[in-house]
Design a protein around this ligand. Structure first.
Ligand code: SF4
Length: 275
């Protein structure tokens, strides 16, 4: 149960809330700002809730004899296309702006190199041809092509996530139970994963869909810096007191369709768990 145990201050209020997950409920506490808060500013609370859901699911997997095999130092899944909600993109772009110039320049160079490699592999062209978003087979093929380009996420350092505390929800939700070596090619190998009862990322995508009025509501992480240049501040569209924004988010989570078995994608005789 997440508990932001720091005492509430004159500028924050301690609230308890319940989140429906699967057949159960996650009871949690958080200190929320009383002043105007955007959905982007609420992300640390949402990340804590996600961590609690993942911890519960990991415990259940362990008890069932199929523990999560993901470990620091294994970045195999960090060569896939990573969906990032618009709000997480805003927060990550803001974080990058706070970095010393040298660190930021190094990250920008990695993004640039990765984009060039994906372009040379023909993957950028396929991402931009948005027909894949409405076609399951094209989606699967794009996931395979992206992975086969062997382009690491620019935030991956020494096979570990360099932004682990603020990494996207889709990365937190990717939980593998099969031997890590099979992740070297999930399109060929039987990669087993845990099915989360709910993915908080989906609620963020749903808000993004409303703002952008499209059917995606997220961007591929690799486009983060290009997206930042648009100057978009999507969090501004979902704002209120901290309590109001959290309530909107919880309602959106409750409205999210359940995660279905079909979201384990069969491909080329293998199985890819979906981000
Ligand atoms: S953000 Fe971190 S966990 Fe996610 S793909 Fe990149 S390196 Fe991996």
């Amino acid at each position: 149960m997440p508990d932001d145990s720091a005492p509430a201050t004159s500028k924050s209020v301690k609230v308890t809330f319940a989140l429906p997950i699967g057949g159960g409920t996650l009871n949690a506490m958080a200190n929320l700002p009383v002043g105007r808060t955007t959905l982007t500013q609420l992300l640390p609370i949402i990340q804590n809730i996600e961590n609690a859901i993942v911890a519960r699911v990991a415990d259940e997997a362990e008890q069932a004899g199929t523990p999560i095999s993901c470990r620091a130092g294994c970045g195999a899944c960090c060569r896939q296309m990573v969906p990032v909600s618009l709000f997480e993109a805003e927060a990550l772009a803001g974080w990058m702006d706070t970095l010393p110039a040298e660190h930021r320049a190094s990250l920008e160079a990695r993004f640039h190199k990765a984009l060039l490699a994906l372009r040379d592999a023909g993957v950028i062209e396929k991402i931009l041809d948005e027909r894949w978003m409405k076609d399951r087979e094209l989606t699967t093929q794009l996931a395979i092509d992206y992975f086969h380009a062997h382009v690491a996420c620019p935030f991956l350092e020494n096979e570990s996530c360099s932004i682990h505390p603020i990494r996207p929800l889709s990365c937190r939700e990717y939980l593998v139970t099969s031997p890590p070596v099979l992740c070297n090619d999930p399109s060929e190998n039987q990669v087993g994963g845990v099915r989360l009862p709910i993915k908080l990322s989906r609620a963020l995508y749903a808000f993004g869909q409303e703002i952008e009025q499209d059917h995606r509501g997220w961007i591929p992480l690799i486009f983060l810096l290009a997206w930042q240049k648009s100057g978009a501040k999507p969090g501004e569209y979902i704002s209120g007191t901290g309590e109001e924004v959290l309530k909107m988010f919880i309602e959106r989570v409750a409205d999210s369709p359940p995660i279905e078995e079909s979201q384990l994608i069969d491909s080329q005789g293998g199985q890819m768990i979906e981000r």
